[in-house]
Design a protein around this ligand. Structure first.
Ligand SMILES: [Zn+2]
Length: 291
């Protein structure tokens, strides 16, 4: 049933928009609600939507878990249109096979058996990451879409499954971008630098918070060009490509963390935060919306 028809003219100004239309496990999904002034609530499958205020409504960015099962997930948004009563808008999102490449790891022995000191160092790094990621939910700090921090020459995509003797050893929760030591790295968007640290595994690491508990991460740098607390602009230089940490050659590992979950940077780079996609066909029953 079409909601505008069922509930008369009042609701026609409120709309819900979903990007992308189809997602893979590990993708970020953007839900935009326009035409309301009261904070909406909602869920996408098992995940809660944390809406942030934007100029003419609200947005919530949510990461589909890399462990998500394939199939259709229900989007439910509860909103109060201007002058109306609380309304539930239901849509759906198809989660499709990601087709992650698998490859056998070739790792030097020094990387497979960290010493006691290295393990302690690694534990301190984990704590530093947790502290950097522990921020309040605040509106976006950016006003344009995300851009790659290096030319988009991907040497290892997000989701790559690393096998050791044919068994899953780890998964790649970032995108590796080609580069030589000393090549520039730029901020993927405006934000606040929340960590600048020499880490055991990720080497010289920069984390930038972009609002909404959305972070970009830059690993293995040879040089830092920002410090903690700096506010950076999109495209601003933050450091240089290197091979610090547990890597065998120079490259930039670029990660995106969203509310505690690593998501595919390509999915975030593909989102149009400021050009809103067509409104969802609004229905009152979940089965009525197709992919
Ligand atoms: Zn990587």
């Amino acid at each position: 049933m079409v909601l505008g028809f069922a509930l008369a003219g009042l609701l026609q100004v409120a709309s819900v928009h979903l990007q992308p239309g189809v997602a893979r496990p590990g993708d970020a999904v953007l839900v935009t609600v326009l035409g309301v002034t009261k904070l909406p609530t909602g869920t996408l499958g098992p995940d809660t939507l944390d809406f942030l205020p934007i100029a003419d409504g609200f947005q919530a960015l949510v990461g589909v878990s890399v462990e998500a099962s394939l199939g259709t997930r229900t989007l439910t948004v509860e909103l109060i249109p201007e002058g109306g009563t609380e309304t539930t808008i239901i849509g759906s999102l198809d989660v499709v096979e990601p087709g992650w490449p698998k490859r056998e790891l070739k790792v030097a022995k020094k990387f497979t058996n960290p010493s006691k000191n290295e393990q302690l160092r690694s534990a301190r790094d984990t704590k530093a990451f947790s502290e950097a990621f522990d921020v309040d939910l605040e509106p976006w700090l950016f006003s344009r879409d995300f851009v790659w921090p290096r030319p988009k020459d991907i040497t290892a995509p997000f989701g790559d499954l690393r096998l050791m003797n044919g068994k899953k050893k780890s998964q790649h929760f970032g995108t590796d971008l080609d580069g030589n030591t000393g090549d520039p790295i730029t901020a993927a968007n405006a934000g606040e630098v929340v960590m600048v640290r020499d880490c055991f595994a990720s080497g010289n690491t920069v984390l930038i918070h972009h609002g909404g508990r959305l972070f970009t991460a830059y690993f293995h740098l040879s040089k830092f060009e920002v410090k903690e607390g700096d506010l950076v602009q999109p495209g601003q230089r933050i450091g240089l490509v290197g091979k610090t940490g547990r890597v065998t050659g120079p490259h930039l590992h670029f990660g995106v963390k969203l509310d505690g979950r690593w998501v595919d940077p390509s999915s975030v780079l593909g989102l149009k935060f400021f050009e809103i996609s067509p409104a969802l066909p609004v229905v009152t029953e979940p089965q009525a919306v197709g992919g």
